[in-house]
Write a protein that binds this ligand. Structure first.
Ligand code: S3P
Length: 184
């Protein structure tokens, strides 16, 4: 389960990355509860800051503008405490990937069939085209190595309930979560 070791900053307690449908928000919330720290979802923070939904931002401003906002919001969140979950594409922004090198990063991996079953029918702009399942698989293929390369630990998000996955995340992070005073 452990992917690599690195020099780690004390906050946030953990950053969850992974593809659409992996359950980053649900599991992140549960991990935060287990650790007794705050939880923040980067997409929700973007919606709060901009005052519009993510589909609206993509439709009205375009993907590059969304990525720009996402970069600013995520870099700010990485200076705060708690558990943070990132949108699936955030790691493809170089400044975010670079910043993650110093954090405890949990890659919630998901089998493509299971992930697509969970993500389909949502209003995610990247799955709004003609053949969303093919698009889902292509994007996951493109991103998998980036997720894996940034991960401190990787946990299979398809292995059990959200509660069981959250338990597995906390167990996997145990080596990296030693001094309680580091939890904000
Ligand atoms: C995106 C994933 C979404 C959201 C946006 C773009 C992506 O977040 O940030 O629609 O590029 O994979 P989730 O991973 O939470 O669905």
């Amino acid at each position: 389960m452990t992917v690599n070791r690195k020099r780690i900053k004390s906050r946030p307690a953990a950053v969850l990355i992974g593809f659409m449908g992996a359950g980053k928000s649900t599991v992140g919330k549960l991990v935060a509860e287990l650790l007794g720290v705050d939880f923040v979802d980067a997409d929700e923070e973007i919606v709060r800051v901009v005052g519009r939904s993510i589909p609206e931002i993509f439709a009205e401003d375009g993907a590059p503008a969304f990525r720009d906002i996402e970069r600013r919001v995520v870099l700010d969140l990485l200076t705060r405490g708690g558990v943070v979950s990132l949108g699936g594409g955030a790691v493809m922004t170089t400044a975010i990937a670079d910043a993650l090198a110093e954090h405890r990063v949990v890659y919630l991996s998901i089998d493509p069939a299971e992930g697509y079953a969970r993500a389909q029918g949502s209003d995610r702009p990247l799955l709004a085209g003609e053949d969303p399942e093919t698009r889902y698989r292509e994007l996951l293929n493109e991103r998998h190595d980036t997720y894996a390369g940034l991960a401190t630990v990787a946990v299979d998000a398809g292995a059990g309930s959200a509660e069981q996955v959250a338990d597995a995340v906390v167990a996997a992070l145990a080596d990296y979560l030693i001094p309680e005073r580091n939890f904000p």
